[in-house]
Write a protein that binds this ligand. Structure first.
Ligand SMILES: [Cu+2]
Length: 269
């Protein structure tokens, strides 16, 4: 009777927890997809382990609660080996699953080692570290140089020029970082003064901005929309205001935007 009541209670609590979990939203980018998948994979395993541990705990409490002379377990080698080996297996699983995702370029960043056939990166400064896309992907890839400075962002499109002048936008002017969806985008992130960090959480993007050194990260955005961009490295009094927007648009809208930028530059020359 009492056991039934406890079982009912456990089921009710689990049902409430299941209701409280947010339904998984549509993935906004390849980065977001990889992070969410890993998170879910680990969550499923964690739920199973939690249920087993709680079941053993509740069973033990109920089964032995009327024992007036309990004796502690001493020297149970089998038990010790079991909990050591089981924990090791779980940790190895978590490590292997996380490492697999970290090893992907979209999460771990694009490096010369992970992208040995990369062409020269399109950048406007002569800093080291930027890695271009592989030659066979160069045509479809968009390269954007993201420059952090106290306390704003500049987005340069070094492949897009008018009379040698690069198409560019800044967060101080309220302009967004515009990228097309469903195309690989490489961000070459650097700082002109000291440490900042490029962070668009809804897109699963985060990268430190080092002074005079590029870090390249990659994305493929799936969902059109405007995403908040933050500086994620405390950089001084203006840090909390060092914000920007990443705008994901369709391929045609992106080309149109570039044309508009270029004709604006031409007319002001
Ligand atoms: Cu900052």
């Amino acid at each position: 009777m009492r056991r039934t009541r406890i079982a009912t209670g456990v089921v009710a609590v689990l049902a409430l927890l299941a209701l409280a979990v947010d339904p998984v939203a549509a993935q906004t980018s390849i980065n977001d997809e990889l992070i969410t998948e890993l998170n879910l994979e680990l969550l499923y395993v964690a739920v199973v382990i939690t249920v087993i541990v709680e079941a053993v705990l509740i069973y033990t409490v109920v089964r032995y609660k009327d024992n007036d002379e309990p004796k502690p377990t001493r020297e149970n080698r089998r038990l010790e080996i079991t909990w050591t080996v089981t924990t090791a297996i779980i940790l190895l699983f978590v490590g292997a699953a996380a490492y697999q995702v970290l090893g992907v370029q979209a999460i771990g960043g694009v490096t010369a080692a992970s992208n040995p056939n990369g062409v020269d990166a399109a950048t406007t400064h002569d800093f080291p570290g930027a890695v271009g896309p592989p030659q066979d992907e160069q045509e479809e890839t968009v390269e954007v140089e993201v420059i952090a400075q106290k306390y704003y962002w500049t987005y340069n499109y070094p492949e897009q020029t008018v009379d040698g002048e690069v198409v560019s936008a800044t967060s101080t002017a309220g302009e967004p970082l515009v990228i097309p969806k469903d195309r690989p985008v490489y961000f070459h992130v650097a700082s002109l003064d000291w440490l900042h960090a490029f962070h668009a959480p809804k897109l699963g993007l985060k990268q430190d901005a080092f002074p005079e050194k590029y870090n390249t990260i990659k994305t493929v955005a799936y969902e059109e929309g405007t995403y908040q961009l933050y500086c994620a490295e405390y950089c001084g009094v203006g840090h909390s205001g060092m914000l920007g927007k990443v705008k994901v648009v369709s391929g045609e809208e992106y080309e149109q935007w570039l044309d508009d930028q270029k004709s604006e530059m031409e007319s002001s020359n």
